[in-house]
Design a protein around this ligand. Structure first.
Ligand SMILES: Nc1nc2c(c(=O)[nH]1)N[C@H]1C(S)=C(S)[C@@H](COP(=O)(O)OP(=O)(O)OC[C@H]3O[C@@H](n4cnc5c(N)ncnc54)[C@H](O)[C@@H]3O)O[C@H]1N2
Ligand code: MOO
Length: 414
C-alpha cells in the first residue's frame, strides 16, 4: 500500500538538518590550504597594527614645530641628515630644521612628529624648502591605529577568505585551527540516465543532476567521490549506498525518492535502519526531498527533477555542510526585492522560484520556464524568490523575499 507522507514545514525541515549535523573534528591546516574552511578559533592580535609609527608617504620626517610660519612668501629650509626606506630604522635623532628623507612604510625617526610629502618640497643642495606648516602627528600612521595587541580581530566561525588569510599572515600564523571538511559521496540514480559518453537511446536522458551537484560541492571545495549507478535495481543501489556510507560522512543521492515503482531510496533507508528526518516538505519544487541520519552520517535524498534537486541542495545540504564545518552563519541571506512581473500562480505550499535578482534596481524576476523539471532556469538564476504557502496573485512591484544564492557575476557598474 502507498505510504502516506506528512509534509513538514520547510524551515522546520532545514532546522532538523542543522540539528542533526555534528561538528567535524578539529584539525590544523596550513594557511596556504585554508581557503574555504571556517575558523575554529578566534584570531587575536599578536601585536599592534601598525606595529610602529610609520610614514604613509614618500617624503621627509620633520619636527612640526620647525615648520611654524612657513608660507608661499616664507619658505623654510630643512637639512637632510639621513635617508631610510621601508624595512630600515634611522638611528638619527632630529633637532630643529633637520629632516630624514623617508619612504612609505618606514618607521618615524626619534624627534620627528610629521611627514612632508615629496611633492610639497623643493629640493636644495642641503635638503629642501617647504611653504606650509605642519601639525604634530600630521601624515603619520600611528602604532595601533588599526588594532591593538590582544584585540579579537576575527571570531571563530568566520569563513576563511583571501582577506582572512591576509590577517593570519599579518599575525605570523603558519597554520590555523579549523574543522575538517566532511567527505561526500554523490550518487545520481535512474535507469534513464545516460552518461556523457553513452548513446542517448530512446527514453534515455543526460544526467545533469550529477555534474550540477558535483559543481555545487566543488564551489564549497568539498572532497567528493562520485559513484556510478548502472540501473535502478534495489540490490545494486543498496550496495552502492552501503559502500558510500563505509567511506563518507555525507551521501547525496538524486532521484528515486518518490512513490514510483523504481523509487528505491525509501526502501534503502529502511534497510539501513536510517532515521528518516523527513520525507515530505511543504514546498515546491522538491516536496519529496528526503533526509535521513545514520549515526553522525547524513543521507540527502534529493529529488530527480533538476530544479527540485538544485533547490534541495541549496536549502538542506549547504547549511548542513556549513554547520559541520563550524560556520557561524549557515543560512543563505534572504533579502527583499520587488517583483519585476506579475506572478499569478497559486502557491499551495511555499514556492521557490529560480530567479534573476537585479541588485542595482532591487527587482527580481523568474529566470524563465520554472517547473520542477526545468534545468535552464537554474543556470540563469542567481537567487530564489520565496512565496509563502497559501498565497496567490503577486503583482509586479510587490515586495517579496529573495534567497541570494550566488552573489558573484551580478550585473552592475559604477
Ligand atoms: N504519484 C506521485 N508521483 C510523483 C510525486 C508524487 O507525490 N506522487 N511527486 C512528483 C514530484 S513533485 C517529483 S519532484 C518527482 C520526484 O521524483 P524522484 O525524486 O523520485 O525522482 P525520479 O522519479 O527519479 O526522477 C524525476 C524526474 O527527474 C529526472 N531525473 C532524474 N535524475 C536525473 C538526473 N540525474 N539528471 C537529469 N534528470 C534527472 C527523471 O528522468 C524524471 O523525469 O516525482 C513526481 N512524481
Ligand atoms: O515537489 Mo516536486 O519536487 O515539484 O518537483
Amino acid at each position: 500500500m502507498l505510504e502516506k507522507r506528512t509534509p513538514l514545514n520547510v524551515q522546520a525541515a532545514i532546522e532538523r538538518c542543522i540539528d542533526q549535523s555534528q561538528k567535524m573534528p578539529l584539525i590544523d591546516v596550513s594557511i596556504e590550504d585554508s581557503l574555504g574552511y571556517y575558523l575554529a578559533e578566534d584570531i587575536i592580535a599578536a601585536y599592534d597594527i601598525p606595529m610602529f609609527d610609520k610614514s604613509p608617504y614618500d617624503g621627509y620626517a620633520i619636527r612640526s614645530a620647525a615648520s611654524a610660519g612657513a608660507s608661499g612668501d616664507n619658505r623654510l629650509a630643512f637639512k637632510k641628515i639621513d635617508h631610510i626606506g621601508a624595512g630600515s630604522v634611522s638611528t638619527s635623532v632630529l633637532s630643529d630644521n633637520e629632516a630624514v628623507r623617508i619612504m612609505t612604510g618606514a618607521p618615524i625617526p626619534e624627534g620627528a612628529d610629521a611627514v612632508v610629502m615629496l611633492e610639497q618640497t623643493v629640493e636644495t643642495a642641503e635638503g629642501f624648502t617647504l611653504r606650509k606648516s605642519f601639525e604634530p602627528g600630521e601624515n603619520i600612521s600611528r602604532q595601533g591605529e588599526e588594532c591593538t595587541k590582544g584585540e579579537v580581530v576575527l571570531t571563530a566561525g568566520t569563513k576563511i577568505t583571501p582577506g582572512v588569510i591576509a590577517v593570519l599572515a599579518t599575525f605570523s600564523y603558519q597554520s590555523v585551527k579549523v574543522r575538517q571538511k566532511p567527505t561526500v559521496a554523490l550518487i545520481a540514480t535512474g535507469s534513464e540516465l545516460a552518461a556523457a559518453d553513452e548513446e542517448l537511446a530512446p527514453g534515455k536522458i543526460r544526467n545533469s543532476n550529477g555534474p550540477m551537484i558535483a559543481g555545487l560541492l566543488a564551489e564549497m571545495e568539498m572532497d567528493t567521490e562520485t559513484y556510478r549507478v548502472t540501473a535502478d535495481h534495489y540490490e545494486h543501489l543498496l550496495a552502492i549506498v552501503e559502500r558510500a556510507l563505509s567511506k563518507h560522512d555525507i551521501v547525496i543521492t538524486t532521484g528515486g525518492v518518490s512513490v514510483g515503482d523504481f523509487d528505491f531510496m525509501p526502501a534503502i533507508y529502511a534497510a539501513l535502519s536510517a532515521d528518516v528526518l523527513f520525507n515530505k516538505v511543504a514546498m515546491r519544487p522538491g516536496s519529496v526531498t528526503t533526509v535521513a541520519a545514520k549515526g553522525s552520517q547524513l543521507l540527502f535524498g534529493l529529488s530527480g527533477n533538476p530544479s527540485a534537486c538544485y533547490s534541495g541542495y541549496e536549502l538542506f545540504v549547504k547549511p548542513a555542510l556549513k554547520e559541520m564545518m563550524g560556520a557561524a552563519n549557515v543560512h543563505a541571506p534572504v533579502i527583499k526585492a520587488r517583483l519585476a512581473a506579475d506572478f499569478t500562480k497559486a502557491n499551495p505550499f511555499t514556492r521557490f522560484i529560480r530567479a534573476e535578482l537585479d541588485m542595482v534596481s532591487g527587482t527580481v524576476r523568474p529566470a524563465g520556464f520554472n517547473k520542477s523539471n526545468a534545468v535552464i532556469a537554474i543556470a540563469r538564476s542567481n537567487s530564489m524568490i520565496i512565496l509563502p504557502g497559501g498565497t496567490r496573485g503577486f503583482k509586479a512591484g510587490d515586495l517579496v523575499d529573495v534567497m541570494v544564492t550566488r552573489l558573484t557575476d551580478v550585473a552592475g557598474t559604477w
